[in-house]
Write a protein of this length. Sequence first.
Length: 330
Amino acid sequence: MKRISLLLAALFLSAAGCVQQELSPKTVQKTESIMGTEVTVTVVARTAGEGEAAIDAAMTEIKRLDAMMSLYKDDSEITGVNLAAWKRPFRVSPEMIEVAAEAEKIARLSNGAFDVTIGPLVVLWQMGLKEGKVPTDEEIKRILPRVGYWNIVIDKKASTLFLKKPDMIMDFGGCAKGYAADKAAEVLRKQGIRNGIVAIAGDIRAMGRREDGRPWRIGVQHPRKENKTLTVLELSDKSVSTSGDYERFRIVKKKRYHHILDPRTGKPSQGMESVTVIGDRGAVIDPLTTALFILGPGKGMKMVKDLGCDAIFVDDRGRVAATEGIKIDR
Ligand code: ADP
Ligand code: MG
């Protein structure tokens, strides 16, 4: 019982998305720290041993993708792309092409609100905020011309990426987790698992059902009230992604600066506290959620519906907007 409550506490602490379930011997769960965050995999298996082996394989897959797509590793593929893909088309793995292609699609649909070439701005803000400094308008203006997804050339056939400008930085921070959750679920399936959950912080893939045959219950955290959920989703074979300003931010001179940047202004986007999207594929909804956090429901709701997804928006006045069918807790 103690183990169960501790595990549940850990899940609640991961805030952006939390998984609530009754654990029993055949439901096996493990948490590891990967991709700079907490990864929890839960499976329903015939035996604990089978469940643990499947979870280990899923974790290994997430580590493999992290080693490919992390901006913070000197030997990752994405670092290789950023260093050399402006000289000539740079050969990458099919996974990198797939993520880049999904990112490009969402960039186009969101009119550039989501932009995987946001890297130079991310670096500028991270370096400044680390020392309690906010980048000046002048510094931002100098960096902005380096951001523009239209300067990436994706050649699927040759499996290459080419950057048209030398000082661009691709950053998969806003889209790799959803993709990795999909891929880890695929690995679980190959291991014979039909029912389970892969949760990479706020990017969650729910496979099948719980051990008792009911859908998985996933609580969507309120962005400002720590112990309150906006709603509890009941999901089966769906993905959920949450982007918020409440986990990764710094306060400088009483102002909150979070990690989602608006490519139009070069500054942390304004107006939203959290956005959650429910859809069929993590690779699509992870970048979509980041885009919607910038666009808000006014511009974003049509995009959600066109893509056949559901969404919950909370703005900075605490107002909630959601697609029909989502029941909000009051
Ligand atoms: P989280 O990483 O907290 O799950 P997101 O999926 O929204 O949240 O991704 C935020 C990350 O995406 C940032 O840390 C940064 O690396 C990157 N990013 C920030 N702004 C943008 C943007 N406008 N388009 C694409 N990626 C972005
Ligand atoms: Mg995202």
